[in-house]
Design a protein around this ligand. Structure first.
Ligand SMILES: NC(=O)c1ccc[n+]([C@@H]2O[C@H](COP(=O)([O-])OP(=O)(O)OC[C@H]3O[C@@H](n4cnc5c(N)ncnc54)[C@H](O)[C@@H]3O)[C@@H](O)[C@H]2O)c1
Ligand SMILES: O=C(O)C(=O)C[C@@H](O)[C@H](O)[C@H](O)COP(=O)(O)O
Ligand SMILES: [Zn+2]
Length: 364
């Protein structure tokens, strides 16, 4: 098992990376908290795969254990699913000393985390991420929340977990497209912080895609390190945490405009291509490096452009981004691969439209 620390202002916790669930109970025991009951929240794909094993393991604590299942998918990351989760917590007698267990992908993590942030004004939770995306990104850092009227993560709270327990064996059941979606966040980590990691992702692509255990584990660990470092320095996104939003400004807009028919990572991939174009327009990001990004995304099977949207429609959506203050758009951009910065209000509408045009399939 491998361990990493996350040290934010509000909480210190560990990320454990293992190949099974055998150390989960000892890890929870190690938190040294006397939880009164356990509530495992997962979607209807993950429940039949992993919920029973987790419930059985937690039953060893001798306290009530409950499973809560919600319908899978981004379309269900909303208030009505939250209502059902709150209802289940009440019916199952969750109290202030209960532990919520977020089991599944980023959707389960964001919603179970938000339930933990708000139920009885905040209770403890842990993350057991089972998608590549959630293992390297969403389970770490305490951003929790839901979409509302299609606006991405527009309601939410920062609430750090007590523990992140990653069992890489769960990736064996993950559909291929979901694995690919997770690769977008991993490439994002390399783009914003680590050129050598970008080289690694280029060099080791075949072994990554073959789920080679050694390469996969090193990759997950490196991404967890990058994410936890950024989060530890700026827990509540007062500044540089927004670098983790590289590709998300346009990505979230596309996700909404496509009515969530595309996966988060796919939209982030297209958003990163747009961000690379903007980086070139503003900061002189070298065209050869933009090309390397495009080739890497393509090699991992990620999309580079979006069908059936107009640059204008995406541009209008950008103003709903959480980094937008008043009318000032903020973008996470790159000077070079591995070297990122925040650009606040300096790009013109024409520059942004031109970059967006290049990721519109019809207009290419
Ligand atoms: N909080 C954050 O910091 C953060 C970071 C990145 C993304 N996100 C959010 O995460 C969400 C995307 O997460 P995701 O890509 O994990 O999506 P997801 O949670 O919808 O999971 C993807 C699909 O895989 C299934 N699944 C999960 N684990 C499985 C497994 N081991 N085997 C088989 N099927 C499995 C799920 O049922 C689902 O259908 C988005 O809502 C995004 O906004 C949040
Ligand atoms: O943890 C962060 O900070 C991120 O930006 C990680 C992103 O991958 C993630 O999609 C996050 O949920 C986006 O945050 P938002 O504040 O733009 O909704
Ligand atoms: Zn993301």
């Amino acid at each position: 098992m491998q361990r990493l620390d996350v040290e934010t202002k509000s909480k210190h916790y560990e990320i454990l990376v293992d190949q099974d669930f055998l150390d989960l109970v000892p890890a929870i025991r190690g938190l040294d908290k006397d939880f009164s009951s356990y509530h495992v929240v997962s979607d209807d794909n993950v429940t039949p795969l992993y919920q029973r094993e987790i419930l059985d393991a937690l039953a060893g604590f001798g306290k009530p254990v409950h499973g809560v299942t919600f319908p899978h998918g981004e379309k269900n990351k909303n208030l009505s699913t939250m209502e059902a989760i709150y209802q289940a917590l009440i019916e199952n007698g969750a109290d202030r000393k209960s532990l919520i267990v977020a089991l599944g992908g980023g959707v389960a993590g964001d919603m179970a985390g938000y339930a933990a942030a708000t139920y009885m004004r905040g209770i403890a939770y842990i993350q057991i991420p089972t998608t590549l995306l959630s293992q390297v990104d969403s389970s770490i850092g305490g951003k929790t929340g839901i979409d509302f009227n299609g606006y991405k993560n527009i309601i939410g709270a920062f609430h750090q977990p007590e523990l992140v327990y990653i069992n890489t064996a769960t990736l064996k059941t993950l559909p291929r497209g979901e694995f690919t979606s997770g690769m977008a966040e991993i490439i994002k980590h390399a783009m914003i912080k680590d050129a050598a990691y970008f080289d690694f992702l280029e060099l080791e692509r075949e072994r990554v895609q073959a789920l080679d255990h050694e390469v996969l584990t090193s990759m997950i660990l490196r991404s967890c390190e990058i994410k936890s470092q950024v989060v530890s320095e700026d827990e509540t996104e007062k500044g540089n945490r927004a670098l983790l939003n590289f590709g998300h400004t346009a990505g979230h807009a596309i996700e909404r405009l496509m009515d969530f028919r595309m996966l988060h990572g796919e939209c982030v991939s297209i958003g990163m291509v747009a961000a690379a174009r903007l980086s070139a327009a503003e900061g002189g990001f070298p065209p050869a490096e933009a090309e390397r990004l495009v080739r890497l995304l393509e090699a991992y099977g990620l999309p580079l452009a979006v069908p059936d949207l107009s640059a204008e429609s995406v541009y209008e959506e950008l103003f709903h981004d959480k980094k937008t203050m008043g009318n000032t758009l903020t973008f996470a951009l790159c000077r070079r691969i591995g070297d990122s910065y925040l650009s606040k209000g300096t790009l013109t509408k024409a520059q942004i439209l031109e970059a967006l045009d290049q990721v519109m399939e019809r207009e290419r």
